[in-house]
Design a protein around this ligand. Sequence first.
Ligand SMILES: Cc1cc2nc3c(=O)[nH]c(=O)nc-3n(C[C@H](O)[C@H](O)[C@H](O)COP(=O)(O)OP(=O)(O)OC[C@H]3O[C@@H](n4cnc5c(N)ncnc54)[C@H](O)[C@@H]3O)c2cc1C
Length: 474
Amino acid sequence: MNTDLLERIPGVGEHRFDAEGVAVVAPAGVDELATFVRWARAERIPLWPRSSTSLRRSVRPDGPGLVVDMSGLKEIIRVDRRNRVTLVQAGVTFEELAPALEREGLRAVMPLCPRRGKSVLATHIEREATIMPAFQWDLSDPLLCLELVYGSGDQFRTGSAAGPGNLDQQWASGEMQKGPMGPGHADWMRIVQGAQGTIGIATWASVKAEVLPRIETVHVGASDTLTPLVECAYRLLRKNAVDICFIVDANAFVDLVGTTEGSRAEAARRTQPWNLVMSVSGLDYLPERRHAVYSRMLRDEARAAGVRLVDPPLGSGETLLALLRRSSEEPYWKERRRGASRQVFFQTTLEAAGAFCASFAVHAAGAGIDTDRIGTYIQPQLGGRVAHVELIVACEPGTDEVAETGRFADAVAVPLTAEGAFFSRPYGAWAEPAFEAAASSVDILERAKTIFDPARILAPGRLGLKGNPDGYAF
Ligand SMILES: Cc1cc2nc3c(=O)[nH]c(=O)nc-3n(C[C@H](O)[C@H](O)[C@H](O)COP(=O)(O)OP(=O)(O)OC[C@H]3O[C@@H](n4cnc5c(N)ncnc54)[C@H](O)[C@@H]3O)c2cc1C
């Protein structure tokens, strides 16, 4: 590491070394960040944006360079119930945002029990699947506008936040940063979303929030096979009757609800092979009536689809609802089975999910992975038009199982892509098969990279993008 360079970092005060021995800088705001990125551009220093913190996970960057740690930016800048929107700085986590929104009569749009320390902004910039498909109108939801610094060092605001005026002036004129498109005719936010930190570094985001129901009940539909649950989900999503809606197999359900050995054993005894978790709500207008109508619809459609309504495997409907509105307790639910896990996730349609799960089990068996190590989580998105399918493969930390599971998870994207799985978030080794299947996108992405990050300093190598032809100074 070139420590002389570190002594010359402008604008961001001291650098520090984290527990992994990685050099970290923590800009305090957008101006400081822009000065720093311009310097890194001139010096050709790779930057690795990070906004989450992690108690247990290693978050080493993929290569040499400086980590740009945005997790200290903790302000919830605005919560606006009338416009159902919140503006959060990069380091705000779900455990901070969810209660703040509830105080204002709103609920956060969340992934399924995110890990503690996970940044709201990073979650939505990465397009992690969220649990309320009825409120998702576009795959970019709930992310709206961003303030960011491109790899060029230029500051920018996307969507209706672009202006005119600063935030105070915009609020005074009734502009609440709810329009994700623009400025002009381009959709700038989408170039940054899903880019894995390769295009720009965001300081804040405006994010949709939903009305906190006056009444909400959770229901579990169970079945021995997946097909009836898919049918039930389609029927209810088509009628917009359910808010929370996702499917888990027995392993994933036990991991989600059980934190101790005793509670996991009890949940394992009671849980069904496949489970559709749904909630029905009453909002501001005629809440009891809305809740009653949709509850009846839920019962009718479940019966018609051949789904049994059962109790949650642990606790009550109320405790399950409380769990789904919060970040995961420790340990993180995807790591409860054996202490660690690798997740394989992709998009498909709901009715095709079962075939992919079966095929995944065959690939896993070929790699010596038993079904008791695999949890399945299927998340309808966009009102049921798309499904996020996630296979969670448990492994034991400190054993060869971790590397073996990693190799399997990297490699399995090749046959799954060939079978039609869409790796819409192609992390690490998944980029190769994903972009082979979408070859026409590569040139467009390379051109975008050249425009927004001309020295190619942001997260070099991710998404298979080329690095700086002259190399780096680190
Ligand atoms: C197989 C595999 C699976 C992965 N799965 C995931 C995954 O499910 N979710 C995920 O987020 N990453 C995933 N990654 C990428 C990478 O491992 C993680 O991003 C990294 O470990 C950091 O973890 P984090 O969640 O603490 O980072 P976070 O700080 O939460 O960052 C998550 C992502 O957002 C980007 N980012 C963070 N802050 C900003 C910001 N202010 N502006 C712009 N971009 C920003 C980061 O560069 C990173 O790509 C995966 C990688 C591999 C190889």
